[in-house]
Design a protein around this ligand. Sequence first.
Ligand SMILES: [Mg+2]
Length: 216
Amino acid sequence: MSRPILFDMDGVLLEGPGTDPQVYTDAADTALADLEADPTPAQRADLRRNDLENVREHCEALDIDPARFWKLKERYASRGTHERLRTGERGLYDDIDAIADLAERTTTGLVTNNRHETAAFVADFVGIDFDVVRGRDPTFEGFRRRKPEPDYIEDALDELGVSEGLYVGDSRKDVTAGRAAGLETAFLRRSHNRDLDRPAEATLELESLAALSDVV
Ligand SMILES: [Mg+2]
């Protein structure tokens, strides 16, 4: 099998560095309504954010199962994100055609801190035939395994049965996680990370995904 190239998702395929906080606000409110919970405004504000300790504490105070609330919130956040992509409210970068071309001739993967359900949706939505897709599980443990932890990259490498390759991302934690998983890393420049110093450990710096065809 050829040396795989794994890609981060937010800020690499999807425009902008991450999920709009409004998606989590709406997701938390819908989950709370489903569970017929009646939080104080302060509790609601905390439950809208992804702070595990606060979520656990407030759910217990409200007598709802924290794991169940979290799973529902993750599901609704995925639905909200998918709707934004379908309507074009959140766009795709123009240069992702380069990934589609690479996927025709080498092993590729999508590995993201975002929810697995959304990663699977995006792979289908962009029509790229990734060999492996890995996002976070809708559990507290799944949230803790996010980059800069190498866990999800390692899961993807295990699934592919390989131990080397290149991880392409737009943030420092991508470089940290990629290196910790034993990969070379490419730091991708986008408008939102222009002012960031190139992470010292990054093997490559890319101005565009199109430049990847020269290094593969
Ligand atoms: Mg990113």
